[in-house]
Structures are given as structure tokens and as C-alpha cells.
Design a protein around this ligand. Structure first.
Ligand code: DX5
Ligand code: ZN
Length: 216
């Protein structure tokens, strides 16, 4: 059993409203929104006004993945725009600022999470675990959709899941990148319970069936 968070990075931005509304019709659990600043990752996607616009047309929880440098500067604005979960990369700032950002996210009434890039070991997450409602393990290098799934991230997922069983068993363990109708199984076996899928969801001919497969 898992939840699915389709990433709208692979949506048709000309028809974003249609694609967002279809997420709910197809049974998705979250809307995964990728925010890229062209500095933390070599790509630029969408920003605060688009999150606010999405908020107006869906009641699905918005899972906002910030791939931005020094996210503390912007957490308040993304929460005001309607984020339900706000995840920040632990590589994006000094530890004290990351801790401050997690506290601020909670103070503003939002769920908080951290994200680990593929080269970041599980141990690097330890200082933040008690403040996390979600831990996102990247299974591709952040920045682009449609990349190949990195199965060698699964021990990291298992380790974080194990630690969180003691610290906060309700913490969601999310994976992001290359999740499709083949790779979803090992993600769930490793302990992930929220699976992001961008290209695989939007390419699926029968999206509702794809959603059910990931949720199974
Ligand atoms: C990558 C993003 C992902 C991306 C996933 O930096 O964080 O959310 O959209 O796309 P797929 O599922 O195509 O790998
Ligand atoms: Zn993402």
C-alpha cells in the first residue's frame, strides 16, 4: 500500500488546470509540485504564483518540493500560497538554517520534510529527523523528469524508514525520480509509502489504472 504524488513537471502547462483536475478524478493522493531556481539545480520550473493558482483549483494536498538555494528565505511565501507539505533539501543551506526552516514551516501550520540528493548519505539526515513529517529520497539527480531510476538508493530508503519507525512512525517516506510500473515495487518493499511519478503518470494511457497500480 502506498500513496501516489504525480509530479506536474511532466504536465501540459498549457492545460495545467485540466491536468490538475484529472489528478483527483484518477484517484491520486497528492499533487507534487517541483520548484527549481536555476541555482540549486540546473533548471528553472515554476514559482509562488503558480502554486497559488493550483491551490485555487484543487483540494488535493500540495506536496511542494523546493529545489532552491537557501529555502528558509521563501518557506513563508510557499505556505501562504497553499503548500500542505513543504520539503527542503538538506544540501541547500547550513544545518542551523535548515533546522530553522523546518521549525518555521511547522509554526506556519504546514507539514515539513527534508530531501536527500542521491550522493547524500542517510546519516546526513540524522540532525533533522525529529522535525520531519516527510523524508524524500531522490532516486534521480534533481532537476529533470524522465531520468533513470537509481535502485542503489533503496538501502538509504530502508535505513531512513527504520530510524523513523522509532522516532516518528507517522513520518512519510517518499521517493522521487524514475518511478514507473516496474520500479514501484522495490520502492514499496524498501519502505517508501509515497511515490512521486512524473513522466510515467503523464505518459500512461490509462492513468487511473496506473494510480491504482502504484497504490496497490
Ligand atoms: C526531479 C523532480 C521530480 C520529477 C520526477 O528533479 O523532483 O519530481 O518530476 O519525474 P519522473 O517521474 O519523470 O522521474
Ligand atoms: Zn520532485
Amino acid at each position: 500500500m502506498a500513496k501516489i504524488a504525480p509530479s506536474i513537471l511532466s504536465a501540459d502547462f498549457v492545460n495545467l488546470e485540466r491536468d490538475i483536475r484529472a489528478l483527483k478524478e484518477n484517484g491520486a493522493d497528492f499533487v507534487h509540485v517541483d520548484i527549481m531556481d536555476g541555482i540549486f539545480v540546473p533548471n528553472i520550473s515554476i514559482g509562488i504564483p503558480v502554486v497559488a493558482a493550483i491551490r485555487r483549483i484543487t483540494d488535493l494536498p500540495l506536496d511542494v518540493h523546493l529545489m532552491i538555494d537557501r529555502p528558509l528565505r521563501y518557506v513563508e511565501e510557499f505556505i501562504k500560497a497553499g503548500a500542505d507539505f513543504l520539503t527542503i533539501h538538506i544540501e541547500a543551506d547550513q544545518p542551523q538554517n535548515t533546522l530553522e526552516a523546518l521549525d518555521k514551516i511547522h509554526e506556519l501550520g504546514c507539514k515539513a520534510g527534508i530531501v536527500l540528493k542521491p550522493k547524500t548519505p542517510a546519516e546526513a539526515a540524522i540532525p533533522y529527523l525529529e522535525k520531519c513529517d516527510m523524508i524524500l529520497v531522490m532516486t534521480v539527480e534533481p532537476g529533470f523528469g524522465g531520468q533513470k531510476f537509481m535502485a542503489d538508493m533503496m538501502p538509504k530508503v530502508q535505513q531512513l524508514k527504520e530510524w523513523m519507525e522509532d522516532i516518528n512512525p507517522d513520518c512519510l517516506i517518499e521517493v522521487d525520480g524514475g518511478v514507473d510500473s516496474n520500479t514501484h515495487t522495490v520502492c514499496k518493499e524498501s519502505g517508501a509509502n509515497v511515490l512521486v511519478a512524473g513522466s510515467a503518470y503523464f505518459k500512461a494511457a490509462d492513468k487511473a489504472s496506473f494510480v491504482k497500480l502504484i497504490q496497490s
